[in-house]
Design a protein around this ligand. Structure first.
Ligand code: ADP
Ligand code: ASP
Ligand code: MG
Length: 412
């Protein structure tokens, strides 16, 4: 029988009623003849509550225990979903990550999937099971400990299962009815896209559009998984939602496909570091070893052999970054006068494959921000995106102004 993967995010399983509604959707696909692998998130708010508890007990927590705790939300939903399906007369069974097993690296809190052996589940499907409900977001390390895949990781669980089981499609059910030109909570003129290219979705996701976890898009692109984002609240048919697909499958698109933003950024500046060969490594190796996800990097012009080095990272990693830099200074590996943390910044980005062949997008972006009186603190660009750091209080304004200026509310 053909296999379908259906993933339900936190808001889609937030209450027993919503689990029931999702179970009915699953029942429809079972009736159509699919073997269904359902991936569930924790009930909405649950993971945040668990993370809060971890941080309260231990601010610089041991990531192995973090994983043991925060993975538990998904276990509850998986069991409840299997029971709900059984009550509807559907042969269903729940699976935790380790039972599948979903094998990952041991990078706790940000583990990568190594392999998903299919024999276990396929054996059960052969015995008449119609739905395997798998707890998303979690796996097991080579050391036999529970791991998690990073926030939003159930999307990645879903795509990885779709690839491993050669599913006909991977449907991501969420609280919006597709991928929009920008976060519809920020810009009400945001337009739903029928299709978006893997590359564009990858950039949007990594630049803050949390509708899909970045890694899930990477996997979908690599294994050519037919990935669809759709609403778990409205009736859906074959053509609902947004299809994430290859560039060649899209007929027309705007130069800029979308605007993304990331609220909780921090800008860190190391003031007056010696400008010598190896200095970047001396700074960024310890940061990476401390688990700091450095994003943008700017090195200023040096004067008298000294320079300022600026980088951005998530605001909740500032304490880790400061500790790593202090330790590097103590040990004499680097020498700087001051470390200034600006914890009130946000990143705003425009993304589009069309930028490869159209000049002027950056100029227009800077002009729009300037007209709104928004100061740009750091700029980075790549072939298909331009990102800027701005004061956090201007994030929404910047997104709305850019959405307007690039006329993203209008179809191409
Ligand atoms: P789930 O709990 O189902 O995984 P998420 O909250 O992780 O859902 O992702 C869905 C949310 O992503 C939406 O409610 C929306 O606010 C946000 N979002 C951000 N950017 C976009 C975008 N470009 N298109 C659609 N949704 C977006
Ligand atoms: N529950 C996890 C989170 O909130 C994983 C997910 O929902 O995708 O990040
Ligand atoms: Mg999500």
């Amino acid at each position: 029988m053909p296999t379908l993967v259906m993933k339900f995010g936190g808001t889609s399983v937030a209450t027993l009623d919503r689990i029931k509604r999702a179970a009915k959707r699953i029942g429809v696909e079972v009736a159509r003849g699919y073997d269904v692998i359902v991936i569930v998130s924790a009930m909405s708010g649950k993971t945040n509550e668990l993370v809060g508890w971890v941080e309260e007990v231990s601010p610089l927590f041991d990531a192995r225990e973090y994983d043991a705790i925060v993975s538990s939300g998904e276990n509850v939903t998986a069991g409840l979903m299997a029971l709900t399906l059984q009550e509807m007369g559907v042969e269903a069974r729940s699976w935790q990550g380790w039972q599948v097993p979903l094998l990952t690296t041991s990078a706790h809190a940000a583990a990568r999937i190594n392999e998903i052996p299919t024999d276990n589940l396929n054996g059960k499907f052969a015995d008449g099971m119609r739905v395997a409900v798998v707890a998303g977001f979690q796996g097991i390390s080579p050391e036999g400990r529970i791991t998690t895949l990073g926030r939003g990781g159930s999307d990645t669980t879903a795509v990885a299962f779709a690839a491993a089981f050669k599913a006909e499609r991977c449907d991501i059910y969420t609280d919006v009815d597709g991928v929009y030109t920008t976060d519809p909570r920020i810009e009400d003129k945001a337009r739903k896209l029928d299709r978006i290219a893997y590359e564009e979705m990858l950039e949007l996701a990594s630049l803050g559009a949390k509708v899909l976890q970045t890694r899930s898009v990477e996997l979908a692109m690599r294994y050519r998984v037919k990935l669809r984002v759709l609403s778990s609240f409205d009736e859906q048919d074959e053509n609902s939602g947004t299809l994430v697909c290859a560039e060649e499958e899209i007929v027309e698109s705007n130069v800029v496909a979308g605007v993304a933003c990331q609220r909780d950024e921090a800008k860190m500046t190391l003031v007056s570091v010696a400008d010598r060969p190896g200095i970047a490594a001396a700074i960024f190796v310890p940061l990476s070893e401390a688990g700091v996800n450095v994003d943008m990097i700017v090195q200023n012009i040096s004067e008298d052999g000294r320079t300022d080095m600026t980088f951005s990272c998530p605001v909740d990693q500032v304490a880790r970054a400061e500790k790593a830099m202090d330790e590097a200074k103590q040990s004499g590996e680097i020498n700087f006068h001051d470390l200034i943390a600006d914890t009130d910044v946000a990143k705003v980005s425009v993304v589009g494959i069309g930028m490869r062949s159209h000049a002027g997008v950056a100029a227009k972006m800077f002009e729009v921000l300037s007209n709104e009186g928004i100061n740009i603190k750091v700029i980075t660009t790549s072939e298909i995106k331009i990102s800027v750091l701005v004061d956090r209080k201007y994030m929404e304004l910047a997104v709305q102004a850019l959405h307007d200026a690039f006329e993203l509310d209008k179809a191409p």
